[in-house]
Write a protein that binds this ligand. Structure first.
Ligand SMILES: Cc1cc2nc3c(=O)[nH]c(=O)nc-3n(C[C@H](O)[C@H](O)[C@H](O)COP(=O)(O)OP(=O)(O)OC[C@H]3O[C@@H](n4cnc5c(N)ncnc54)[C@H](O)[C@@H]3O)c2cc1C
Length: 698
């Protein structure tokens, strides 16, 4: 008999976010300005657990909903009680506030332990079921970190569970396809990526839920080891609005006008690609290499940089060239010149900071390689390009760690891409990706060599592996970065640290984060954002073999079936026409995408390929090899036409490098319209034939 501990979170309703919803000075969201709702994927996780209980045929299995949050978070527990939860636990304490993912996962894991002890009476047959990620954090890190704290198998990105031969088999999303797996032992953690069959509450159930007891625990009850701000391993340095989209976002009146536009754009070739979100500004230089000791032009925030400029200017004016010459009288003069910019304590910190020239972290800049069947994932090459720039600034080497079986032949290509040292962990048990076995291998290599920075691709695999590794080695981790920069915070005694910038709150704000209380700085970076370097076959590097003792017990999952895209596709074509779920069925996809491809091929005299969203592939409209996006292929054609595609982030990051994006969608509020160059609000059934006809006439 299995039990289900479902983690639910109360989140701000980011779909209703307004410009004044957050305080840009402090970076905090003003929660009172937004309604609070249950995180959508967590409500799906509740429904998923309910379905699992039903499918297993065991009515005695308990569903226990657990949340950590302020007292008002009890609303999501009442939501759970009114749907399917039997018991609910609220973990609430002021000391838990301000937590990052480590300081969230840790107390939740300790609360799970207490639930197992006191409510499940040590019955070890249970699943921890979570939504894949929350809309406010968007990190997907907490569930794998809970699994790591509890030493449990973790199955992430699950879309389906099937009860077969007295155990559950889970279908999950992986790069390039899907996989059916089962946990080799229970308990296990699963994260739900999509489950579209909600449980509805009846009036009677809602009334009953309002009367039921909520178990309340505080920090002292669970005795967690990492809590609140002090237990966190990352801190937010600044929050700022996202830059304006570099896309034109122009609505086009009709199909005829669009046909003209497409022909013009293609011929003139003046289309502009979306701006490189991680465009390197000026290259960081270590303080010891700068012309002047007082040059602090690489501070992490504008305010800090300005303060040091004032300080340097005044020191110049006073003719001071040595820090030892700054006596009390000079300090008074500096403070007078600084006015409101900084006060005495800050000045003392800045003077101390001026004495620092060595970087705060030591070691190489590492990339964790992702690969399958001997082929390196394109995102790994992008990360090596970024690691090269970071390592050059820090005057250190780029290391790439490869865990796999017979992986050494990949070393040559990795070195040509910019790596210096390739750390190979070779073991038959690593021949396919298993989260626990790979976590053990990578964590072992990191804690042997201690690089100062470790980068992972923000693919489903990387977003699962990185939280487990970072938690195991006790380091902070920032998810899904779109910008990575080396900067100083001299005032805080931090030199040459990694500033990690990422979208948060559903892309409504950008946050810059740095690592604290950690031996290495770790980040996952969004595929398609960093730039790959042109391969240089003349580069040389070293292969270092690292041995890790692994046994069958280290493997957490049984892989039952893997489905990957097969067949040929030419995503190097100038034009790609993709169909989404809005195509309704395979026939419409064939007819509409096919006719538009033919029309464009004739009109533009160029190669045109078919693409698809993941939803279209899952509906069987076309083979998986045509999938564009995070778990499909990232492409960069001259023109990309999206038909009946909503514009989910996982799709859009696959076309970030496209010159011109065109969308046709019947929903006037489709998110893709804010991320494309030209669009028509219209039904594909009407608009596509009109466009094909217009291309013929044009
Ligand atoms: C870990 C993970 C990885 C993922 N990887 C990918 C990936 O690589 N690629 C990817 O695409 N997705 C990926 N997804 C899925 C992604 O989140 C979205 O679910 C998916 O992109 C949605 O596809 P869609 O836009 O076709 O469908 P929907 O979101 O359902 O949108 C359909 C659109 O069609 C429009 N429409 C409906 N009827 C018509 C009509 N008659 N005429 C015109 N418009 C119409 C609707 O207005 C709607 O905007 C991933 C998800 C996860 C969790």
């Amino acid at each position: 008999m299995s039990h289900y501990i479902v983690l639910v979170k109360q989140v701000p309703d980011v779909t209703q976010i307004t410009d004044n919803a957050f305080d840009l000075e402090t970076g905090t969201l003003i929660r009172s300005r937004l309604a609070s709702v249950i995180n959508e994927l967590d409500s799906q996780a509740l429904a998923f657990a309910n379905q699992m209980r039903r499918d297993s045929g065991d009515k005695n299995g308990k569903i226990i909903a657990l949340t950590m949050g302020p007292p008002m978070a009890e609303e999501v527990l009442r939501y759970g009680l009114s749907r399917c939860a039997d018991t609910v636990v609220l973990l609430t304490d002021r000391t838990l506030a301000g937590a990052d993912t480590v300081a969230t996962a840790n107390p939740l894991a300790f609360a799970v332990r207490k639930i197992v002890r006191e409510i499940l009476k040590e019955d070890g047959d249970y699943y921890v079921v979570c939504g894949m990620q929350s809309v406010d954090g968007d990190t997907a890190q907490v569930p794998p970190q809970i699994a790591e704290e509890l030493s449990l198998p973790c199955i992430a990105y699950v879309t389906r569970a099937e009860f077969k031969s007295k155990r559950f088999e889970f279908t999950r999303i992986i790069s390039g396809g899907s996989q059916v797996v089962a946990a080799r032992k229970l308990p296990a953690v699963i994260t739900v990526a999509k489950y579209e069959y909600p449980v509805f509450a009846t009036f009677a159930a809602t009334r009953q839920a309002n009367r039921m007891e909520i178990i309340r625990w505080g920090s002292d009850d669970i005795k967690a080891t990492h809590i609140g701000v002090t237990g966190s391993k990352t801190s937010v340095i600044r929050v700022f609005p996202p830059g304006k989209s570099t896309r034109k976002c122009e609505q086009v009146g009709d199909a005829k006008a669009l046909a003209e536009l497409l022909a013009d754009q293609f011929k003139s070739g003046d289309a502009k690609a979306g701006e490189d979100a991680d465009a390197q500004t000026s290259r960081y230089i270590l303080p010891g290499r700068r012309a002047s000791l007082f040059d602090r032009s690489f501070e992490g925030t504008k305010k800090e940089k300005e303060a040091f400029e004032i300080l340097a200017g005044k020191l110049r004016e006073l003719g001071i060239t040595e820090i030892g010459e700054i006596d009390d009288a000079n300090k008074e003069k500096i403070l007078a010149a600084a006015g409101e910019h900084f006060h005495k304590k800050a000045l003392e910190d800045m003077i101390n900071g001026l004495q620092l020239t060595e970087p705060s972290y030591k070691g190489e800049v590492w990339v964790v390689a992702e690969h399958s069947d001997g082929a390196v994932h394109p995102a790994t090459f992008e990360l090596i390009g970024k690691a090269r720039a970071l390592a050059d600034s820090l005057e250190t080497k780029v290391g790439v760690v490869v865990a796999g079986y017979e992986a050494e032949p990949m070393a040559k290509e990795l070195i040509a891409a910019g790596a210096d040292n390739i750390y190979i962990i070779d073991d038959k048990l690593l021949s396919v990706f298993d989260p626990a076995a790979h976590r053990k291998a990578i964590a072992d290599a990191i804690s042997t060599y201690w690089p100062q920075i470790v980068l992972y691709a923000a693919t489903p695999q990387g977003r699962m592996l990185a939280p487990m590794v970072s938690y195991r080695v006790g380091c902070g981790l920032t998810a899904d970065c779109t910008g990575l920069d080396i900067k100083d915070s001299s005032r805080k005694g931090l030199i040459g640290i990694l500033l990690q910038t990422r979208p948060a709150l559903g892309g409504n704000v950008m946050a810059t984060i740095c690592t604290k209380n950690s031996e290495a700085q770790m980040a996952t970076a969004r595929p398609g954002v960093m730039k790959r370097l042109p391969p240089d076959e003349s580069r040389t590097g070293k292969v270092i073999k690292h041995k890790v003792e692994l046994s069958e017990d280290d493997v957490s999952l049984k892989i039952i079936k893997t489905e990957l895209g097969t067949g040929e596709v030419n995503f190097g074509a100038d034009v790609v026409v993709s169909g989404g779920k809005g195509m309704q069925n395979r026939d419409s996809y064939e007819r509409l995408v096919g006719s538009l491809c033919d029309g464009l091929r004739k009109k533009l005299g160029t190669e045109v390929e078919r693409g698809a969203s993941r939803a279209a592939v899952e509906q069987g409209f076309i083979e998986r090899v045509h999938q564009v996006g995070q778990t499909g292929t990232s492409i960069g054609p001259k023109i990309y036409i999206a038909l009946g595609i909503s514009g989910a982030i996982q799709h859009m990051i696959g076309i970030a490098n496209t010159e011109t994006i065109v969308a046709i969608n019947s929903d006037p509020n489709a998110p893709i319209f804010k991320q494309c160059d030209y669009y028509i609000v219209g039904n594909v059934e009407d608009t596509v034939p009109q466009l094909v006809q217009a291309l013929e006439v044009e």
